[in-house]
Design a protein around this ligand. Structure first.
Ligand SMILES: O=C(O)C(=O)C[C@]1(C(=O)O)C=C[C@@H](O)C=C1
Length: 293
């Protein structure tokens, strides 16, 4: 069985892995912090890591992209998206309805990204409550269970409530209904997900321009444009070498096995750009009741 490192248990990452990987072919290795997730595959304790990299509303998870670019050499081998439905979970007791302001509730624990995804909800219903960030939503739910205090609650997935026997005070409290997170599976060997069909192969690259000069980015993009290769994402990120210097993180809707993409990358290198390929990998879509996202 392949070993998969992920934030867990009781996290959205774990829920998404259950949907896309399942437990028949994979052993999950639970980690408390994202650093441990990355390092377990780097150190060979696991074959792959599952990493959340982007959310519909928060955009890129910068810390995780930075890990992939600066800290580790773990190629991307698959990508999937998963819906994020956030619940308010607690031990029985604070009891008052949300409309009444849950007046007994003093503290909410959650992952920072999840707190951001519930900002309007928190402002509207729980403005008096102290917020505490922890390394994952699973850790948040476990804390609430262990504390056993009715004035502390977690924002976490339904699976965390089931795992720790918590009461669900409110369901789907994220500010936006259409809330999805994109995850990548990284590791040294290619992997086709069992029983899932990939819609497309994508390639992710990092490009550094030789210099800051007029039209540099235009020149880079034209290598894709005239070949009619679609880019689904481009983001500039700091090189971390000097303030005001950037590289481009680019998702391309084409495979490195195609004829056109390697030629485009050669052209970009010929104009002096540095190109690093983070992965060329199948993407998988969430299909609720047969309809594709
Ligand atoms: O803590 C969790 O539940 C996670 O899986 C982590 C994580 C993240 O790091 O972005 C994953 C998806 C959600 O958007 C919020 C948190």
């Amino acid at each position: 069985m392949k070993r998969i490192a992920l934030l867990g248990p009781g996290t959205f990452t774990e829920e998404s892995a259950d949907y896309y990987l399942g437990r028949n072919h994979f052993d999950y290795v639970n980690c408390k912090l994202i650093d441990d997730v990355f390092m377990s595959t780097v150190n060979g304790q696991t074959d792959y890591s599952v990493i959340p990299i982007e959310n519909t509303f928060d955009g890129s998870v910068s810390l995780h992209l930075d890990w992939l670019v600066h800290e580790v050499e773990l190629p991307m081998q698959a990508e999937w998206v998963y819906p994020i439905s956030i619940n308010l979970l607690g031990v029985a007791g604070f009891g008052a309805s949300l409309e009444a302001g849950c007046s007994g509730l003093k503290k909410i624990v959650s992952h920072g990204v999840t707190l951001t995804q519930c900002r309007q909800f928190l402002r509207q219903y729980l403005p008096h409550v102290e917020l505490e960030q922890v390394g994952s939503n699973g850790v948040a739910a476990r804390m609430v269970k262990e504390l056993g205090r009715s004035d502390v609650a977690a924002l976490a997935p339904a699976s965390a409530g089931a795992l720790y026997g918590l009461h669900t005070w409110a369901q789907g409290v994220q500010d936006h209904y259409n809330n999805f997170t994109r995850f990548v599976l990284v590791g040294s060997e290619p992997l086709r997900l069992p029983e899932k069909t990939s819609a497309m192969v994508k390639t992710t690259i990092i490009v550094t321009l030789p210099d800051d000069y007029p039209g540099g980015l235009h020149q880079l993009l034209s290598a894709f444009a005239w070949r009619r290769i679609n880019l689904s994402k481009i983001e500039s990120r700091p090189t971390k070498k000097k303030l005001g210097t950037y590289y481009f993180y680019i998702d391309i809707e084409a495979s490195m096995d195609s004829v056109l993409l390697p030629a485009a990358l050669q052209e970009i290198e010929a104009i002096g750009c540095q190109v690093r390929i983070l992965g060329s990998y199948p993407t998988y879509s969430y299909e609720p009741e047969g309809s594709k996202v």
